[in-house]
Design a protein around this ligand. Structure first.
Ligand code: URA
Length: 229
């Protein structure tokens, strides 16, 4: 990869800014000062410093983040704060695809990844990756069997489909439900179909990847194998 592409990719400036960037900043590759924007490097292999500080680079980057309520599952928005804005250095220099959006008022585990095909594999209904949610309802829930058998709900386009829970447990006053799809408002609509209103929705797990003790707004990197192990 060209050195100017590497730095613009990491949002140090546009490709056009790079001419002045290499004059103004001290960029070293394997200890040698480089001022030629076209210099060829191997990201992740060559040792690259900017003003004597190592430049962080990983490819791909996968983050598990604890989305707080009130954050939009998006990169940027004019009205609401967005989950991607919660990403701290050194991970904030990458462009992320969001795998498995959560509603504005929902919370919990979300995956951000620089690997678009992985995001697709996580969200695709064909991948049947189980997703587990802790649900707080407005009144006690006694319809486990109904949801395990399946209820007809509408998808984002208003088309009916059968939504089935793979597992249901009760933990204190919460219902823990596992599904293996992720259609628009699916969990809320499944509970609505039994006459209940979801008052709090927290995603605990996607595949084998768990929220664990990540605090709201926190994130950590993970390896793809953690999803399936
Ligand atoms: N189901 C919902 O209803 N909302 C979410 O955010 C996720 C799953």
């Amino acid at each position: 990869m060209r050195l100017d592409k590497f730095f613009s990719h990491l949002k140090y400036g546009s490709r056009r800014d790079m001419k002045t960037f290499f004059k103004a900043e001290v960029v070293k590759v394997n200890g040698n000062r480089i001022t030629d924007p076209a210099y060829h490097i191997e990201p992740g292999h060559d040792d690259i410093t900017l003003n004597e500080v190592a430049v962080f680079y990983e490819d791909p980057v996968h983050l598990v983040i604890h989305k707080p309520p009130g954050y939009l599952s998006a990169n940027r928005d004019a009205i609401h704060p967005c989950v991607v804005e919660l990403v701290n250095p050194p991970y904030d220099r990458f462009d992320y695809a969001i795998a498995g959006r959560l509603d504005l008022d929902a919370e919990g585990l979300m995956v951000l990844t620089t690997d678009g095909p992985l995001a697709h594999r996580i969200t695709s209904p064909n991948s049947h990756l189980p997703k587990t949610y802790a649900v707080t309802l407005e009144k006690p829930f006694k319809h486990d069997k109904t949801l395990l058998k399946g209820v007809s709900v509408k998808d984002g386009k208003g088309r009916p489909y059968m939504a089935k829970a793979l597992a249901i447990e009760h933990r204190d006053d919460q219902v823990i439900i596992t599904i293996d799809e992720g259609k628009f408002h699916q969990v809320k609509r499944m509970f609505e179909a039994t006459g209940h209103t979801v008052v709090r929705l927290v995603r605990l797990r996607i595949g084998n990847l768990a929220l664990g003790d990540l605090a709201p707004g926190e994130h950590r990197p993970f390896k793809e194998a953690e999803l399936y192990d």
